[in-house]
Ligand binder design. Structure first.
Ligand SMILES: NC(=O)C1=CN([C@@H]2O[C@H](COP(=O)(O)OP(=O)(O)OC[C@H]3O[C@@H](n4cnc5c(N)ncnc54)[C@H](OP(=O)(O)O)[C@@H]3O)[C@@H](O)[C@H]2O)C=CC1
Ligand SMILES: O=C(CO)COP(=O)(O)O
Length: 329
């Protein structure tokens, strides 16, 4: 019997899309990898690498790069791997090429600005005939592409689809847990990026490992409060896509969000320029959504105040430390 989801279309030939294309190929899938930049796609087909976004990684033999979205027609499932704020427009362009009921797995970590919608909600609007799902967890593209052991969560409201997709994409080095808690998975990925900027600031300011650990623990308390207010399950928030990814992204400058905070902490401004740091785009909408449900998120708010130029780093740190004493919750 043919494997379920034998063919996978990957939409977005950035670092994560390229890594996931290779991971899917390693899992035995036939893969079509779409990128919007025709020149880059031609270079990828020629060199079998992605020099723009994942240099040094060789594309698996069964990955076929294309700049034509129509090449994704008939794919058994799609991974949507463009930045969160581009997901609506790309999903809408993709929609006419999809058969009804095709699973589309968003792999972006963010919340849409302007609408305050989570990624699967955006998919539901832009691509209504698809079955939305989400993949998220502690996983740097370079690690996954290198075949280093990685574990993530794949969630769909249809548990059978989540389980079958997890089975189709998994390999000995890329382990997928399945879940029906879509909201929990998307909240963890979006919120941890904002908190990672704060962790980078702590690192850049050389506030010490103790402050770094306190930041992760109190940041996680914020993530939990937000998650509960928006319908996430606690076990998802304490799992790979919540706590797991928070720990990863708050630990190393390999994270672009942490690196952005590091630059801010060292008074270098928004550095490095041109790199996608989703947390910088999510911060304002996350804070507004927290406020709308009465959720206290002082660290996320401090990050947003710094990014918006409402306070400098010293003021932000000072205001966090000057908060009234309270019970740990
Ligand atoms: N990198 C990682 O380790 C991980 C990333 N993620 C998430 O994956 C998502 C993508 O990140 P990543 O791949 O790293 O980002 P990159 O910056 O490496 O790549 C982004 C890709 O999206 C494309 N793109 C950007 N805007 C548009 C648009 N409007 N229409 C079509 N394509 C567009 C870019 O095309 P072009 O080259 O033409 O600019 C590029 O191919 C983010 O939400 C990120 O948080 C999740 C887990 C791990
Ligand atoms: O989400 C990631 C790892 O899980 C990647 O983090 P950055 O986007 O901060 O690089």
């Amino acid at each position: 019997m043919a494997a379920r989801y034998a063919s996978i279309g990957v939409v977005g030939a950035g670092a994560w899309g390229t890594a996931l294309a290779n991971a899917s190929a390693r899992a035995g899938r036939e893969v079509v990898l779409w990128g919007r930049d025709r020149d880059l796609v031609a270079a990828m087909a020629r060199s079998r690498t992605n020099p723009a976004h994942l240099p040094g990684v060789v594309l698996a033999d069964t990955v076929r790069p294309t700049a034509d979205l129509a090449a994704l027609a008939g794919m058994d499932a799609i991974l949507l791997v463009v930045p969160a704020q581009a997901s609506r427009s790309v999903a809408a362009e993709l929609a006419p090429h999809l058969a009804p009921g095709t699973p589309v797995v968003t792999c972006a970590k963010g919340i849409e600005r302007g609408t305050s919608l989570f990624m699967t909600q955006v998919l539901g609007e832009a691509c209504p005939q698809a079955v939305p799902a989400i993949l998220s967890g502690p996983s740097f593209a370079a690690d996954v592409a290198a075949g280093l052991p990685t574990a993530v969560t794949l969630a769909s409201r249809d548990p059978g689809i989540a389980e079958a997709l997890a089975a189709a994409l998994g390999s000995s080095s890329f382990r997928l847990y399945h879940s029906a808690d879509v909201r929990g998975v998307e909240i963890g990925g979006a919120a941890k990026n904002v908190l990672a900027i704060a962790a980078g600031i702590v690192g850049g300011r050389k506030l010490g490992a103790s402050a770094g650990a306190a930041l992760v623990a109190r940041g996680f308390a914020e993530l939990m409060r937000f998650g509960k207010a928006y319908g996430a399950r606690a076990e998802t928030l304490t799992g790979l896509s919540g706590l797991g990814d928070l720990i990863l992204t708050c630990s190393t400058a390999q994270s672009r969000n942490y690196a952005l905070g590091l630059g801010l902490g060292q008074d270098e401004g928004l550095h490095p320029p041109g790199k996608l740091a989703e947390g910088a785009l999510t911060a304002s909408v996350l804070v507004a959504m927290a406020q709308a449900r009465g959720v206290d998120m002082p660290i996320a708010r401090a990050v947003e105040d710094v990014l918006a130029g409402r306070s400098d780093i010293e003021q932000a740190i000072g205001s966090l430390l000057a908060r009234p004493q309270k019970a740990e919750a």
